[in-house]
Ligand binder design. Structure first.
Ligand code: MG
Length: 171
């Protein structure tokens, strides 16, 4: 049995992860319009990863016989005035998601829900990687974003990102 508070947070996290997917799709949309297909590709794959995260929370609750409640996904409301705005919004969002994961962990820890803590371990590590990736994007943009030739190269590099399913697999 999963504690009520832990359940509510896990159930909410399904929605938060789908919102993340929506937000990254919006970023994909921004870069498509900008004509930077490599950046657009990077954010499209990011959106797919977030969908995968949502499905992991969904599957985890189903596996533990918890009835999931699906809520409406919020509209992405960020306005991007320039490329750097998008990258910084990405980092801020990942920092926010890290705080959400830590908050669930905290609730699970308080009731000695070791199974949920073990499930969340993967997400704790994943968030570290997401923040690093978001910071790297900002650093690269700071270094190369103002020079058209370098931006072209960076766009080419990001075009090479390919989707891979999450390493965490729930039966
Ligand atoms: Mg996520």
């Amino acid at each position: 049995m999963i504690d009520n508070k832990v359940f509510d947070l896990l159930n909410d996290q399904i929605n938060k992860e789908f919102y993340s997917a929506y937000l990254y799709l919006d970023m994909n949309n921004y870069f498509e319009k900008r004509g930077l297909a490599g950046f657009a590709n990077w954010y499209r794959i990011q959106a797919m990863e977030e969908r995968d995260h949502a499905m992991l929370f969904y599957q985890y609750l189903q596996n533990n016989d918890c009835p999931v409640t699906l809520a409406a996904i919020a509209k992405p409301d960020k306005e991007f005035k320039c490329d750097m705005d998008v990258l910084q919004a990405g980092l801020a969002h990942e920092e926010y998601v890290t705080s959400l994961i830590h908050n669930i962990y905290d609730a699970a820890y308080a009731v000695k829900d070791f199974r949920t803590m073990q499930f969340l371990d993967w997400f704790v590590k994943e968030q570290g990687e997401e923040e690093t990736n978001a910071r790297d994007m900002i650093t690269k943009m700071e270094l190369f974003g103002n020079d058209p030739k370098s931006l072209y190269m960076l766009n080419q590099e990001l075009a090479g990102r390919v989707y891979s399913a999450p390493s965490l697999v729930l039966e």
